[in-house]
Design a protein around this ligand. Structure first.
Ligand code: ADP
Ligand code: MG
Length: 259
């Protein structure tokens, strides 16, 4: 696994701000995007937004910093791996597969030593001009535009699943969308949990349910249209209806569980 990566163009921006080394980035303050996540007793992860001036433009970037925030699988390994190390690798794989996602600008992991905990930093290029899908849907009543957004989302999802991957945290807030001259572009973010695996029907149902239950649908027709896009059909056949039934059942199960 690569322990350090720095985009050559971004390198000069970091240098200009005296941030071109791990320690400076680790200590740099920034605007916290969300409450930090605590993984277990000693591990934590947070994301800050930075605005860095260049001679020609302002770079908006997102920096994820993690300490002892390691993958479950690597906990028993001699050299454990930060969760954002997996995210960095996933971003690169997805881009190669043509799955729309962010661009990584910097990644570095510092292994734990007797004195220091394991630390890692991942910087991605900010999706400027994009909105999380939930926020975008809340302010977009236009039926045709919404249909386009669901089509793009369904197509990206199909691509992920056809390549034997799952996102594993497919919430509308992790789908970013931009509208330009009536055309929509989407990008998927937060690939920490994304995984290549055998994509069984059960797993697809779980992934689709995660998305469907958190979406603000205008009505049932809109949701059914999304399913048709995902299944690549004009009319849902018996097989698709069985799938939908399982999604409804899982949604009900989740609702009861969280009541
Ligand atoms: N490249 C990016 N462009 C725009 N927003 C981003 C980007 N990376 C992260 N964010 C914002 O930061 C939030 C937290 O990042 P995320 O990767 O989801 O971290 P976590 O693993 O803590 O959930 C996201 O929900 C999103 O709002
Ligand atoms: Mg997240």
């Amino acid at each position: 696994m690569k322990k350090r990566f720095l985009d050559p163009v971004f390198s000069s921006v970091l240098k200009k701000h005296e941030l071109a080394d791990f320690d400076s980035l680790w200590l740099h303050e920034g605007r916290l995007v969300e409450e930090g996540n605590v993984k277990h007793k000693s591990g934590h992860s947070h994301v800050v937004r930075l605005k860095l001036e260049d001679s020609t433009k302002t770079w908006t970037v997102y920096m994820k910093r993690q300490e002892n925030y390691i993958t479950t699988k690597s906990r028993i390994m001699v050299r454990p791996r930060a969760i954002c190390a997996r995210e960095f690798s996933n971003i690169n794989t997805w881009r190669k597969l043509g799955i729309p996602t962010m661009q990584a600008l910097y990644f570095e992991q510092r292994d734990n030593t007797k004195k220091n905990p394991l630390r890692a930093i991942l910087i991605t290029k900010g999706l400027v001009g994009y909105l999380p899908l939930d926020e975008w849907l809340a302010k977009t009543p236009d039926r045709k535009l919404r249909a386009q957004a669901f089509l793009k989302t369904a197509q990206a999802l199909r691509r992920i699943h056809n390549h034997s991957w799952l996102h594993h945290c497919l919430f509308p807030k992790h789908i970013f969308i931009r509208e330009k001259d009536g055309q929509l572009t989407i990008k998927l973010i937060d690939l920490e949990k994304a995984k290549k695996c055998i994509v069984t029907k059960r797993r697809v149902i779980n992934e689709l349910t995660a998305f469907i239950r958190r979406c603000e649908w205008r009505n049932k027709t809109e949701m059914l249209q999304f399913m048709k896009y995902y299944c690549g059909v004009k009319t849902l056949g018996p097989e698709h209806r069985r799938m939908l039934k399982r999604i409804y059942a899982r949604m009900q199960y989740k609702k009861d569980k969280h009541r």
